[in-house]
Design a binder for this molecule. Structure first.
Ligand code: ADP
Ligand code: MG
Length: 698
């Protein structure tokens, strides 16, 4: 009867619905109960169609009188239109994105439906564009009418009704299993309610509830869940920091001759920002406490060099270095960058990824454990149970990584623990970084290397394809390379792959015989990917048609054009990352966003931001306004802990308070050994122990 019960056991949720819920990240009963409505519709007032006025949150109920695909306009745009009549008038609902079969099945003539959304008037007739819709039967009407209706984040195939029923069933059976949440002293001090009261108020709002407050997430129930969530996270981070700083780190005295030799080997001089951050790192590492530092810097600012400098110092002091990248592609790229320096300095290194197997892997592990391997570069494979180091002095984690991972590897080592350097291009405001990375010190590389021209960004639609190809030819003629990225939509990997493959074939035809096109995607074998990347770096492949595997970190300075197909399907931060793949050399680079589908003005306005600025912070902020932080940064990628309720930007105030309260608890009792804190300690371990690797720390 606990909240970890798989969601499939909730009454009415079979394996099929459980699968759909899984797509939303809902695996357990607890996940389901914490899957809060994204917004609320005021269904207390259903309007007669004849009396509709333009504006948001209009709700009508009526009967479908016509339904079908309509082709309109000069561009022959395909729409799906549904006419609904409620006896007082007719309203047209229009969809630009749709699966015709699904729509025809859903909106059969004669069906009773509820539509809700923003009402506008077109030629004197009321219309909804992409409204929320619900099929009603007699019972359904009772279920949704006359009250405040929660609207949940959903996914294709999962209706609001299924979600509401599942939540209701879970609530009925598991309400008594809900944990107590915060100790009374804190709860009352913050004027919060109990978790059970909060969950109930948000899923089943009372008829007299304040809809505006619900939609602004400013109810006591919201505050309660947000505070509860971040308080324990902050407590966990503070605990970890407290124990971490008690350990002894590898002392790496800064040796100027190593720094100078490295600087001489570079084809450029470090920027002032790079030098400053390198200094901060050197100072940390020279001390006896383990460093725990986050280096933030926009794409292309040159974080890798700084990390390698730190690695060389560490190796010079007789320690080993582990360098972890999020993808095989990046790990391989790092080996390409690092190889010449390591060869010149006669330093041994190896690459360990999921693809390293058998004898080769055994030999690498043996050498690492024996202390004979100064540098090991790799992916997640580095944190597998059997990877050990004799004298790990520094762990570098490149480009956003799973939270807590660092500690797990770092603490496997007995005695002296390694310094940890995390590098990220996730442009989060400094204050925010402090809160969520809580236990890391922050360094920022805030300037790009000199001579970089901002990437010129253009928004094209399908009609401009000829122009796009012409521009591409011009760049190719200059000896530059080009990326063309195709989105992956999780719904169907197969279809996507086919799309990407088709695109590569089409490009090959257009640019043959002069230029070579290659396809790169995540499901290729490591050797294949490596070979293609190498060919692309060398200019043997001119156009790289890729899925988003090139999103993070890939560095090919002679590539000058990034074309993004279906740009509207990407988040802005993701587009910023993609754009960061070009503009790395001295020549002018271009980013062409192809917005192929017909889409709304908001989508276009959103994309236009990309043409106006190259400032990652500004872009992230715009993105945050539109979507949650998890989505923006791709929680997994960003290395941020996954939060179910709290929104890092809008809830900054509550987060700050929670952090203060947590800090005051830890201030008097850093390891939470006081019996009075036993409950807090148990709860924080239950909730965050695994994810923050607190077990290893405590
Ligand atoms: P990121 O911070 O996005 O990881 P990289 O480390 O990949 O960026 O560096 C981007 C590119 O800039 C690389 O080609 C690198 O060699 C180059 N670079 C780094 N520092 C400088 C510098 N100070 N001057 C000129 N180019 C630099
Ligand atoms: Mg990088």
């Amino acid at each position: 009867m606990d909240l970890c019960t798989p969601v499939q056991y909730v009454k009415g949720v079979g394996p099929r619905i459980a699968g759909l819920l899984g797509r939303l990240g809902i695996a357990t009963v607890g996940d389901l109960l914490w899957h809060l409505p994204a917004r609320y519709l005021d269904r207390r007032a259903i309007a007669p169609i004849a009396e509709l006025t333009p504006g948001k949150d209009r709700v009508v109920i009526g009967e479908v009188t016509a339904s079908g695909v309509v082709v309109t306009g000069r561009r022959r745009t395909r729409l799906y239109e549904v006419q609904v009549n409620d006896g007082t008038g007719v309203i047209t609902a229009t969809w630009f994105h749709f699966y015709p079969k699904a729509m025809a099945g859903r909106f059969q003539v004669g069906r009773r439906v509820l539509l809700a959304g923003e009402c506008s008037f077109f030629g004197g007739r009321a219309q909804f564009v992409h409204p929320e819709s619900e099929l009603l039967d007699a019972e359904g009407e009772a279920e949704v009418g006359g009250r405040i209706l929660p609207i949940y984040p959903a996914t294709e195939g999962l209706t609001q009704r299924m979600l509401r029923r599942a939540v209701r069933a879970a609530w009925e059976k598991w309400r008594s299993a809900l944990p107590g949440g915060l100790p009374d002293a804190i709860r009352l001090g913050q004027r919060l309610i109990s978790l059970a009261e909060a969950i109930e108020a948000l899923h089943f709002p009372e008829t007299e509830a304040d809809v505006a407050a619900l939609n602004q997430r400013s109810t006591a129930a919201h505050r309660t869940l947000i505070f509860d969530e971040v308080f324990y996270l902050e407590l966990g981070l503070l605990l970890r920091r407290a124990t971490w700083t008690l350990k002894t780190g590898a002392t790496v005295p800064h040796r100027d001759e190593i720094g100078r030799a490295f600087a001489r080997s570079l084809p450029f001089t470090l920027t002032a920002a790079q030098a400053r951050v390198a200094g901060e790192i050197a100072q940390d590492m020279a001390g006896t406490r383990p460093m725990h530092r986050l280096v933030q810097g926009d794409v292309g600012c040159g974080k890798t060099v700084v990390a390698i400098g730190a690695a060389l110092q560490t190796i010079g002091a007789g320690y080993q270095v582990a360098f972890m990248a999020p993808t095989e592609l990046l790990a391989e790229q790092h080996t390409r960058t690092i190889r010449p320096w390591m060869e010149a300095l006669k330093i041994q290194w190896a690459l360990l990824t999921g693809a390293t197997r058998g004898k080769e892997r055994r030999q690498i592990l043996e050498k690492a454990a024996g202390g004979d391997l100064p540098l090991l570069i790799g992916t997640h494979a580095l944190i597998e149970e059997d990877v050990r180091f004799a004298r790990l002095g520094l762990l570098i984690i490149d480009e956003q990584h799973r939270f807590g991972v660092a500690q797990r590897l770092a603490l496997k080592q007995k005695g002296v623990v390694p310094h940890v350097l995390v590098m990220t291009a996730t442009p989060i405001p400094r204050t925010l970084a402090m809160t969520i990375y809580g236990d890391l010190d922050c360094s920022i590389i805030d300037k790009l290397p000199p001579g970089r021209l901002p990437v010129v960004t253009k928004l094209y639609d399908d009609g401009q394809r000829a122009r796009l190809y012409e521009g591409m030819r011009k760049e190719l003629a200059k000896g530059h390379q080009i990326y063309v990225v195709y989105p992956l939509v999780e719904e169907s990997e197969k279809v996507d792959l086919k799309n990407a493959t088709d695109m590569a074939a089409a490009l090959a035809k257009v640019f043959a015989p002069r230029y070579r096109v290659a396809l790169l995607h995540g499901r290729m074998r490591a050797e294949e990917k490596e070979a293609i990347m190498r060919a692309f770096c060398l200019g043997e492949v001119h156009i790289l048609a890729a899925t988003t595997v090139v999103e993070v970190g890939v560095d090919v300075p002679t590539a000058s054009v990034m074309v993004v197909e279906h740009a509207e399907r990407f988040g802005l931060s993701q587009l910023h990352q993609l754009r960061g793949r070009v503009g790395r050399g001295r020549d002018q680079s271009f980013c062409i966003l192809m917005a192929n589908d017909r889409h709304s003005d908001t989508a276009r306005a959103r994309l236009r931001i990309m043409t106006e600025t190259t400032d990652g912070f500004r872009i992230a902020e715009e993105d945050l306004k539109i979507r949650g932080p998890g989505e923006v940064m791709g929680t997994r990628q960003s290395g941020l802990p996954e939060l179910r309720v709290a929104h890092l930007v809008t809830d900054a105030g509550i987060i700050a308070t929670a952090r203060e309260v947590a800090a005051s608890v830890v201030a008097g009792d850093p390891a939470l050994v006081n019996p009075e804190h036993a409950w807090l300690k148990r709860t924080v371990m239950e909730r965050w122990g695994e994810r923050l690797a607190l077990g290893a720390v405590g």
